[in-house]
Design a protein around this ligand. Structure first.
Ligand SMILES: Nc1ncnc2c1ncn2[C@@H]1O[C@H](COP(=O)(O)OP(=O)(O)OP(=O)(O)O)[C@@H](O)[C@H]1O
Ligand SMILES: [Mg+2]
Length: 386
């Protein structure tokens, strides 16, 4: 569990879509109703949750953020509701849950679509009664008044149809709905966001702020941004770090997949085998099919590699190109290559087995602010205090 100071969230954007999101945020901030925030990875769901809290009457109280992804359900239940001494191995004393630490505040449950069915029942019970029953207790311990905001990048109606998300819980959570469109559907935001992050990282790294030339902006606007604002932010940081004093950013200064989706020749691929079939252009074409046409790694690259028509060196180049645009984050890479996030372990296992797992550190020229920490696949609950 990490406790950090709450920073003022900046919500940049001038598109019509963002104006509508802002209106939803203000509407949500005026009430205590539950909010469900949806949108692809990196669109700004957490930023929006913070804004709602900060603009609400609860802003002087705590905002507690708990990420439900990858946290074992017993740990999640104990984090939220607390436990009694002796209720499980290692429970040496009574411990209050995070909910008790946020009276009259806001609870932000991130990635709520990842909750197990049993945890969904526990959450539903809490929402119905407001009562907190610590693990190991035979009756509720206390009641709390806490405002609930949830977020997910899953399509919950599909999860309901598949039987993995409770419909009654969905109706309880989905009172005010804020949907954040992907960046590729709000092109007007790309310029202001990129300028904002160029400024921010220039100041942060004490480097000159490079200027974006108009053709580079067009290139940015033509990119698909599968990692949305998070990906754009990483690209801006890399550009600031690479640019020299007084530099103007041209399209070719942008990462390979952003620069017209054409990966640049890479140092990893300089060994002799890289010149064998299918050849650099086909490797580039495969990469582009994933990055631009949304084809999956499993259907585009995997069968060709297994048929030995793609060398290890070729595969490493494909992985390198992807890691360059995700700042070394393998979780984002899985999504960039159009695989479901559940394939994370399978994908990493495949790369390791064939000696194509590149160390992520070399792509992290600066400490990343991404939430997913590599290579650890499990995310932990995070508490943020106001
Ligand atoms: N409108 C925006 N203005 C400025 N920064 C933004 C905006 N939207 C997102 N960001 C930045 O993009 C990054 C990702 O945002 P955030 O963590 O809120 O995304 P998310 O939707 O919660 O992603 P995930 O589903 O992966 O958890 C953060 O660094 C955030 O500050
Ligand atoms: Mg998030």
């Amino acid at each position: 569990m990490v406790v950090s100071a709450l920073q003022e969230p900046r919500f940049i954007g001038r598109s019509e879509a963002i104006r509508l999101v802002e209106a939803d945020v203000d509407c949500a901030a005026r009430s205590n109703a539950k909010v469900l925030i949806t949108g692809e990875t990196g669109v700004g769901k957490e930023v929006v949750a913070r804004l709602i809290h900060q603009r609400s009457a609860r802003c002087s109280q705590s905002l507690v953020t708990v990420n439900c992804a990858g946290v074992p359900e017993s740990l999640l239940e104990s984090e939220l509701f607390g436990h009694r001494r002796g209720s499980f191995t290692g429970a040496y004393r009574d411990k209050p849950g995070l909910l008790e630490t946020a009276p009259n505040g806001t609870l932000f449950l991130d990635e709520v679509g990842e909750m197990t069915m049993r945890m969904q029942v526990v959450l539903l019970r809490f929402l119905e009664t407001g009562e907190i029953q610590r693990i190991g207790a035979d009756r509720p311990h206390t009641r709390v008044n806490v405002r609930l905001i949830t977020a997910t990048n899953r399509d919950l109606s599909k999860e309901i149809a598949a039987g993995t998300f409770r419909e009654d819980l969905y109706f309880r959570l989905n009172v005010i709905r804020v949907t954040i469109p992907p960046l590729r559907e709000r092109l007007d935001d790309i310029g202001p966001l990129f300028e904002y992050y160029l400024n921010l990282f220039a100041v942060q790294h004490r480097l000159p702020r490079p200027q974006l030339c108009p053709t580079a902006l067009e290139t940015l606007m033509a990119h698909r941004w599968p990692g949305n604002v998070r990906e754009l932010r990483n690209v801006a940081e890399r550009v600031v770090l690479k640019a020299g004093a007084g530099d103007r950013i041209r399209p070719s200064d942008l990462p390979a997949d952003v620069f017209h989706g054409r990966p640049r020749p890479s140092p990893v691929a300089t060994d002799a085998s890289a010149s064998s079939i299918p050849g650099p252009s086909q490797v580039e074409e495969m990469t582009a099919r994933m990055l631009r046409n949304g084809e999956s790694f499993w259907s585009t690259v995997y069968p060709v590699f297994m048929a030995r028509d793609l060398t290890r060196s070729d595969l490493r180049r494909i992985v390198q190109t992807g890691l360059e645009s995700t700042n070394g984050n393998y979780r984002l890479l899985v999504q960039l290559f159009n695989m479901p996030i559940e394939d994370y372990k399978r994908f990493l296992g495949f790369l390791r087995k064939h000696d194509c797992h590149l160390p992520f550190q070399r792509f992290r020229t600066v400490p990343t602010r991404l939430r997913a920490v590599e290579p650890e696949p499990v995310r932990t609950a995070t508490a943020v205090s106001a």
